[in-house]
Ligand binder design. Structure first.
Ligand SMILES: [Zn+2]
Ligand SMILES: [Zn+2]
Ligand SMILES: [Zn+2]
Ligand SMILES: [Zn+2]
Length: 87
């Protein structure tokens, strides 16, 4: 089976998040995830897939690291502590 990202190299690794089979070039061995999931990973904890952007700093954040301001607006926990949390 070939890598599901490049389609060229032998896929010897499986992403723990999306289940894609990928080659060594498209795999993050530290986190056991593929490059696509790596790019979609939360900028705060680096563990979970992001669900949206922080309204203040613009980083991508996961459910655990976000505070919901409204149905469509999120801020990261860092910005929340720095701004809203300290008011
Ligand atoms: Zn590949
Ligand atoms: Zn993946
Ligand atoms: Zn997170
Ligand atoms: Zn933020």
């Amino acid at each position: 089976m070939l890598c599901e990202i490049c389609g060229e190299e032998e896929a010897s690794n499986t992403c723990r998040l999306c289940g894609r089979r990928v080659c060594g070039k498209h795999y993050n061995f530290n986190q056991n995830i593929c490059r696509i999931c790596e790019e979609a990973l939360c900028s705060v904890c680096g563990r979970n897939l992001s669900i949206g952007y922080c309204k203040i700093c613009g980083r991508i954040i996961c459910e655990d690291c976000s505070v919901e301001l409204s149905i469509v607006e999120y801020v990261c926990i860092d910005c929340y502590r720095k701004t809203i949390g300290s008011l």
